[in-house]
Design a binder for this molecule. Structure first.
Ligand SMILES: Cc1cc2nc3c(=O)[nH]c(=O)nc-3n(C[C@H](O)[C@H](O)[C@H](O)COP(=O)(O)OP(=O)(O)OC[C@H]3O[C@@H](n4cnc5c(N)ncnc54)[C@H](O)[C@@H]3O)c2cc1C
Ligand SMILES: NC(=O)c1ccc[n+]([C@@H]2O[C@H](COP(=O)([O-])OP(=O)(O)OC[C@H]3O[C@@H](n4cnc5c(N)ncnc54)[C@H](O)[C@@H]3O)[C@@H](O)[C@H]2O)c1
Length: 459
């Protein structure tokens, strides 16, 4: 006998709890199944703790730069790692507690603690009990990808989860993977005082971005003393007197990085391998992502997938937007689609990279006639006043449709200022609309109209 609900949600990450809120408010009985911590990756081992740590690292950095601003800090700037980590844990614990209270008071919701696994297309087993519903929503997220690599089984390594348990400063942190996760951790640990080496197998960091962005980020990180080893082919690990020897075999530099700690930041894999999807005939792609259509329906009627597990986004805001799409279509009679979403995200190094739409390279690949405009942060008044002039901004537009195709703001407040562009792209208005906005002085955003004014045909 199974307990029957109107809906089952598996995973209390970034989409599940909000969907539970909407479904129960509409009168449905809902089972929300969570096997570990409510809040999922973002709250517990992702965005929240890392951005709290980035904040501590920025304070340390600015304290070291105090003299640049005429501020006297006596002695050296030291970082108290247990307190830094405790602060990040408090941010996480509070957020998780708030979520638990909200879910705890939700009428018609049964929060079931345990691992859910399909037994049939409408039935899941959670421990001793079977539960079934005509609507099942999968929000199972992902975890660090740990590929088989020579010697990995002979060493201790860290992931985004275990590194948050460190209470001591690594002497030398080797970060394998020079993309979002790797670079945020690399910069913060360098600022906490560790020696840091980033090992990336591609020829440049964060290779999904344009080459000028990769180069500028590399320069920012190297200026802080982070060693960067690109073209790191044939990575292998071995125990070493210092901890771990990371064999890199790059074009330049010594073939081995002797590290005290190794962080693997080589991507994510979806939590779909232990969900019993074969008992429900739900199709996955070759990487294990649940195949969904433009309204996030899986290949089986009555089963939807939201968030990182569907491969249609890898961010908290895309997971949340998945919930918004499903709720609007099911409950509000709307016709929302994933393809209506303008891609946007930020890399939270300091200064951050804010991104919207296509990269320059992606825009060029469309073959459309393009207009491009760039401006260094040295020519942004607010950045000059703040003494934070690293980076640049860039805009790419379609010369025929006069729509912005993409933008990057690598610079102070780039993570916030990019929203002016994202909003315009979402509103599907021509770029000239930005010129007639009256932005506030002095801000980074106030340069967006100037950037539009500087659009010129791409070379
Ligand atoms: C270090 C790091 C930093 C990040 N920083 C940012 C950032 O700054 N901004 C941003 O937008 N994104 C960031 N992300 C990405 C972001 O965390 C994810 O995109 C987001 O958490 C995805 O949400 P989700 O709901 O899809 O999955 P998750 O948050 O992973 O939640 C899935 C939940 O499902 C549960 N679950 C899985 N399988 C089962 C099962 N069979 N039964 C029961 N429960 C199950 C899990 O325990 C988990 O609680 C970061 C990620 C990492 C790792
Ligand atoms: N600021 C944010 O929004 C934020 C922050 C962190 C993570 N995230 C999310 O988490 C996801 C995963 O991030 P990530 O940085 O782990 O993955 P990623 O897929 O973005 O990058 C993985 C990197 O590791 C490199 N790599 C892979 N195999 C390697 C090997 N054998 N040796 C050396 N390098 C290797 C890749 O070339 C790539 O640069 C991202 O897609 C992002 O959506 C977002």
């Amino acid at each position: 006998m199974s307990r029957v609900f109107d809906a089952i949600i598996v995973g209390a990450g970034q989409a599940g709890p909000s969907l539970a809120g909407r479904l129960t408010a509409s009168g449905m009985t809902v089972a929300l199944v969570e096997r570990h911590l409510v809040g999922g990756t973002c709250v517990n081992t992702g965005c929240m703790p890392t951005k709290a740590l980035v904040a501590s690292a920025q304070v340390a950095h600015m304290a070291r730069r105090a003299a640049d601003y005429g501020v006297v800090v006596e002695g050296t700037v030291d970082v108290d790692m247990p307190r830094v980590m405790a602060r990040a844990r408090t941010v996480t614990t509070n957020a998780r507690g708030n979520l638990e209270s909200w879910l705890g008071g939700m009428e018609r919701l049964s929060l079931l603690r345990g691992h859910a696994r399909f037994e049939a297309p409408d039935t899941l087993r959670v421990g001793e009990q079977a539960i079934s519903a005509p609507r099942i929503f999968l929000n199972v997220g992902g975890r660090a990808l740990v590929p088989e690599m020579p010697g990995l089984d002979t060493i201790d390594y860290l992931t985004n989860t275990s590194i948050l348990q460190l209470d001591t400063l690594p002497r030398h942190l080797a970060v394998v993977g020079g993309s979002y996760i790797g670079l945020e951790f690399a910069q913060m640990f360098r600022r906490f005082g560790a020696q840091v080496t980033v090992v990336e197998r591609q020829s440049r960091l964060i290779a999904r971005e344009d080459e000028d962005i990769s180069a500028a980020i590399r320069a920012i990180l190297e200026a802080e003393g982070i060693a960067i080893r690109t073209d790191a082919n044939c990575i292998a690990f071995a125990p070493h007197a210092d901890g771990v020897a990371v064999r890199v075999e790059c074009r330049e530099g010594a073939p081995e990085v002797p590290a005290s700690h190794v962080l693997l930041a080589m991507g994510r894999r979806p939590n779909t391998d232990d969900l019993g999807l074969e008992h429900a005939c739900v199709a996955t792609d070759e990487h294990g992502y649940i195949v969904v259509d433009d309204v996030l329906a899986s290949t089986v009627p009555g089963i939807w997938a939201m968030g990182d597990c569907n491969g249609r986004g890898a961010f908290t805001h895309t997971a949340y937007n998945d919930y918004e799409i499903i709720a609007a279509n099911l409950l509000d009679g709307a016709q929302r689609r994933v393809s209506q979403r303008v891609p946007g995200y930020a890399l939270f190094i300091d200064p951050p990279l804010g991104r919207a739409g296509l990269t320059d390279a992606q825009a060029r690949a469309t073959g459309r006639p393009l207009l491009v405009s760039t401006r260094p942060m040295t020519r942004v008044g607010r950045a000059v006043e703040r003494g934070e002039t690293q980076g640049f901004m860039k805009l790419v537009a379609d010369a025929q449709t006069r729509r912005i195709l993409g933008a990057a703001i690598l610079g102070m407040s780039g993570d916030e200022a990019i929203h002016g562009v994202l909003d315009l792209m979402h509103a599907d208005q021509p770029y000239e609309s930005l010129q007639w906005a009256v932005p506030i002085h002095p801000t980074v955003s106030e340069l967006l109209p100037t950037l539009v004014g500087g659009l010129k045909p791409a070379d």
